[in-house]
Write a protein that binds this ligand. Structure first.
Ligand SMILES: Nc1ncnc2c1ncn2[C@@H]1O[C@H](COP(=O)(O)OP(=O)(O)OP(=O)(O)O)[C@@H](O)[C@H]1O
Length: 442
């Protein structure tokens, strides 16, 4: 097996030959140079190998070579070889950024070990660079929200259109579709990008602390309030507040929030003084808030303030064509996170993945990507049979039944939910989940 390149620089031909041989025996692809100047021609910013060079040479010496290489790409590993007992020089070399140094005479095995480590390190650096490049510019929506399905193209278009405006926004979608990711992307491409993004999980707010958490308090507002404290709203000034799971917010708090949204002022606990609040609100919900209003769990007036612009993030089941590209991106991210090399995902695995239903949406897909990168359960993705799990088959069957019924009734909903024995709401949910549109069946 040929491993990636080692550029070996030494003016003494005999030593160079024998060093090259021992590296070649260890499987490395070695290129020899009698002078540092010529080796330098091979160094480019993305150079994939490592350099082993003697320090003391006529013409350009090893230390100068090191400095020149670092000018081109500071992360190329350079291993310098010093004479016996040349400790001072070795120390200087390390201080100036050499990857390692070897003292003559050295064992071939020792050199191979150092070179192997240096090459691993170089691959990691280059992979991370690729990952960073792939993560793209923060305003590169297509990298952050990948997908070529019409639904995703439309979502990105709408995001760009509303980002520059000041309207509050409601983001609706099933659990795990990436509502928070969309909210952050929206903040990052908005004029508020360099101001804070403060996420508040409305489902997890501790009832007794809610008010001071959100609105802050003055000193002495309640026992234990020794100093005045900013609430989350004030922390977000100039930026964006994400109200995650707004449907779970208690009704009394909804009333206070409505006032904040309408009047753009907050009043800290223990104070009467309104403080102007410049934030944009983005709320998310996995339930249809209209249904919550109908069930008296959500204030209609708050809904009308929030849903001026509603963005819907489609479930994965409605955009299965996006699954392979998303999976590849998640695998890349996972490889970066776990500091693993990027693994290849064979086409048949991608196809299998694209046939599943993914009821847990991107969150479930992300877990699958993590497991894939870690080598856990990759075989379950590999296996044709299990890639058509029962849940997925049921989902496909369900979709075809509903689609057939819509067809039979020319897109009229009432006869469909009545004959199928489900509620209107359930039918709506399933149509959204399976991307069925009654207009396509009329
Ligand atoms: N486009 C994407 N690219 C990469 N990761 C994503 C993407 N969309 C979602 N994710 C990941 O999927 C997981 C779920 O995303 P997120 O928390 O935004 O979903 P959500 O819709 O807000 O879910 P919930 O309603 O359950 O809170 C997160 O780990 C997130 O990082």
């Amino acid at each position: 097996m040929r491993l990636p390149g080692v550029l070996l620089v030494d003016d003494e031909e005999e030593i160079r030959r024998s060093t090259a041989q021992s590296l070649q025996l260890a499987g490395f692809d070695v290129r020899e140079f009698g002078a540092a100047e010529t080796a330098l021609d091979y160094i480019t910013p993305g150079f994939g190998g490592v350099v082993v060079s003697d320090i003391r040479m006529p013409g350009m010496d090893g230390m100068t070579l090191l400095a020149r290489i670092r000018d081109i790409d500071p992360d190329v590993p350079v291993i310098l070889v010093t004479g016996h007992g040349d400790v001072q020089l070795a120390v200087r070399a390390m201080r100036e950024g050499a990857y390692d140094f070897l003292e003559k005479p050295f064992a071939g095995q020792h050199l191979s070990d150092v070179v192997a480590r240096a090459i691993d390190r170089r691959s990691l650096v280059l992979e991370n660079r690729l990952l960073r490049a792939a993560a793209g510019h923060p305003d590169d929506l297509e990298t952050r929200l990948p997908g070529r399905s019409p639904a995703m193209i439309d979502l990105r278009y709408r995001l760009r259109a509303v980002a520059g405006t000041e309207t509050d926004i409601l983001i609706v979608g099933e659990t795990g579709v990436g509502k928070e990711v969309v909210a952050r992307a929206l903040h990052d491409i908005s004029g508020r990008a360099d101001r804070p993004f403060v996420a508040i999980n409305c489902a997890a707010l501790p009832a007794n602390l809610i008010e001071s958490e959100l609105f802050g308090h003055e000193a002495g507002a309640f026992p234990g309030a020794l100093r005045p404290r900013y609430g989350k709203f004030e922390h977000a000034r100039g930026g964006t507040v994400l109200l995650d799971e707004i449907g779970s917010m208690p009704l009394d708090l909804q009333a206070r929030l409505l006032r904040v949204i309408q009047e753009r002022v907050i009043v800290r606990l223990g104070s009467n003084e309104p403080i102007p609040l410049d934030v944009r609100f983005i709320a998310t919900s996995k339930v249809e808030l209209e249904d919550e209003v109908a069930a008296d769990r959500f204030r209609a007036d708050l809904l009308y303030r929030l849903n001026v612009v509603t963005l819907r993030v489609p479930p994965l089941a409605a955009r299965l064509e996006d699954v392979p590209i998303l999976f590849l991106q998640l695998v890349r991210e996972a490889a970066g996170r776990y500091r693993r090399p990027m693994v290849d995902v064979p086409a048949h695995v991608l196809e299998g993945i694209g046939r599943r239903g993914w009821p847990g949406n991107v969150r479930e897909l992300r877990n699958a990507a993590d497991r894939y990168v870690l080598g856990l359960g990759a075989e379950s993705l590999d296996n044709e049979e299990s890639s058509e799990r029962l849940a997925d088959r049921v989902a496909r069957f369900e979709r075809s039944v509903i689609s057939g019924a819509l067809q039979a009734h020319n897109g009229a909903l009432k006869p469909v939910y009545e004959t199928l024995g489900i509620s209107r709401k359930t039918l709506y949910e399933k149509m959204q989940r399976y991307a069925l549109d009654k207009r396509d069946h009329g």
